[in-house]
Design a protein around this ligand. Structure first.
Ligand SMILES: Cc1cc2nc3c(=O)[nH]c(=O)nc-3n(C[C@H](O)[C@H](O)[C@H](O)COP(=O)(O)OP(=O)(O)OC[C@H]3O[C@@H](n4cnc5c(N)ncnc54)[C@H](O)[C@@H]3O)c2cc1C
Length: 465
């Protein structure tokens, strides 16, 4: 249930300055920031231990102009990052929000590193599609689990209260759109209203609601949902009941490379380093380097709804930095053969067709050529034995549409004015990916979760002081 109760204003037995719904990256970045600004934040989280989609992610956050980049000699700027985001989203974005996340990312990562001890590094051995600089930052394990664990530890070290096993179901609002509190349902079914002076929605989107996915993203209605099951669209439902502007509800992050049937994410490094995807007929079907998000639908369109990632041992060595890839190896998801004909037989694809596709691609690499789909190849991407293949499918990772916000995460009403004390960050807010899956630039999810979470925490603290 996610409803809104009208009231003239109310005080409850439990009253907090700032209430945050959801303890993912967005909620915890907001809480840490508000706490540093001297405002007590209480976070409510449905799960026993905060995890969210953040824990399922690779934990990679794009940031431009960081000291981590400078240490490795990579030049970059927030302007370049903003231009990359806008280009991928075909300019269907609020430039002020794009500017805020592009400018805010480097200071945020450096703050997490210096103030809270996060050991960020730049991924320096492959580029992500659409990024014109090496700017993806991750933690040593390259997992979102490490990111959320470090955020939770930082929150606990700063005495931030996280009420776990507590699901927010109803909000209370007055005629001036001021939010007074939220009703929380505990694990044992007990209900309690918590009053607040400001509220941040950080409970992600609606990927975990099959009904909302069917309504807003019909092309992914039957796809595997690979995000956190608890993200059931509370923010969108509340926003709709409150008269908030909802933007780009059809937008989402997909991924065209989830090992099946093991359900393990296979890094797009396998493609960007020179790997290809073929269908069950052994044929390529697209320019895979456009982006992994839009490739989800391309893979699902193939006979049987699957494809094969094909690459070599050099590429596997790059992908092995990801725990997920190592888990896929342990789970036996990866085929290995010394010849492409051997691989074709194991993949059960027509050998003649697949071998011809493979030779054509290797020829294009040696001549730095371009294929019929517009994909550019280069000589350093040449593949040599042994060869690998992984059967993959397309999945929905998280929704990118949501509540329209200003650059500080403040939620907009339908008439364009702002709610006085309501903020949204991460998957609860509209992202910076435009109206379709193709507008998702790698890292947009955690970029907006962490940076808008941080900015919303600061803005909410400003409202309360
Ligand atoms: C497999 C996978 C890989 C990804 N890899 C990357 C990546 O490398 N880089 C990147 O930028 N993005 C990545 N993403 C996207 C990224 O994970 C999300 O964009 C990001 O985690 C969103 O953060 P959030 O805080 O908004 O949501 P979440 O982390 O999902 O947190 C929301 C929290 O709210 C809680 N909640 C929900 N409803 C309620 C309620 N009513 N009451 C109380 N609590 C509630 C949930 O339990 C959850 O803990 C990936 C996603 C997936 C699924």
């Amino acid at each position: 249930m996610s409803t809104v109760v009208a009231s003239k204003g109310e005080k409850f037995a439990t009253q907090v300055p700032l209430l945050i719904i959801g303890a993912g990256a967005a909620g915890l970045c907001a809480a840490l920031t508000a706490n540093e600004a001297g405002v007590d934040a209480v976070v409510v989280e449905r799960d026993a231990v905060p995890a969210g989609s953040t824990a399922l992610s690779a934990g990679l956050i794009p940031a431009a102009g960081t000291r981590f980049q400078r240490a490795k000699g990579f030049s970059d700027s927030p302007q370049l990052l903003a231009a990359d985001i806008a280009r991928k989203a075909k300019d269907e974005v609020d430039p002020r929000v794009v500017d805020a996340v592009a400018r805010g990312a480097a200071p945020l990562l450096e703050w997490l590193a210096e103030r809270h001890g996060f050991p960020f590094e730049v991924v320096d051995n492959f580029s992500y599609p659409g990024h014109s600089a090496m700017r993806m930052h991750g933690l040593p394990s390259r997992t979102g689990q490490e990111l959320i664990d470090r955020l939770r530890n930082a929150a606990e070290a700063n005495d931030i209260v996280i009420l776990t096993q507590s699901t927010a179901e109803q909000l209370m609002v007055d005629p001036n759109s001021r939010i007074f509190g939220a009703e929380i349902v505990r694990r044992d079914g007990a209900r309690e209203w918590i009053g607040c002076d400001a509220l941040i929605l950080a409970c992600n989107g609606f990927g975990g609601s099959p009904e909302l996915v069917r309504r807003y993203i019909p092309e992914m209605a039957n796809a595997l949902y690979f995000g956190h099951a608890g993200n059931r669209g509370h923010a969108v439902n509340w926003g709709s009941a409150l008269g908030a502007q909802l933007v780009h509800l059809g937008s989402y992050q997909g991924h065209g490379s989830v090992a099946t049937p093991q359900n393990i994410l296979i890094s797009w490094a396998v493609i960007m380093q020179g790997g290809i995807q073929v269908n069950c007929e052994g044929r390529r079907f697209s320019d895979e380097t456009q982006g992994y998000s839009e490739q989800a639908v391309e893979v699902l369109k193939q006979p049987g709804g699957f494809a094969w990632d094909v690459f070599d041992a050099r590429i596997a060595a790059v992908a092995r930095q990801f725990e997920d890839f190592r888990n896929a190896e342990r789970a036996g998801a990866i085929l290995t053969f010394d010849t492409v004909a051997g691989l074709a037989a194991a993949m059960r694809v027509p050998a003649a067709i697949f071998c011809a596709e493979w030779s054509e691609v290797e020829k294009l690499k040696s001549s730095n050529g371009q294929d019929q789909y517009g994909r550019n190849f280069s000589a350093e991407q040449a593949c040599t034995p042994p060869y690998h293949a992984i059967k993959v499918t397309g999945a929905l990772f998280h929704t990118q549409g949501g509540l329209a916000i200003d650059p500080n995460g403040r939620v907009k009403r339908n008439d364009g004015t702002m709610f006085p004390n309501l903020f949204a960050a991460g998957g609860s807010a509209a992202g910076v990916s435009g109206s379709t899956a193709a507008g998702y630039l790698s890292g947009n999810g955690l970029l907006t979760a962490t940076v808008i979470g941080h900015l919303a925490g600061k803005a909410a603290a400003d409202v309360l002081r």
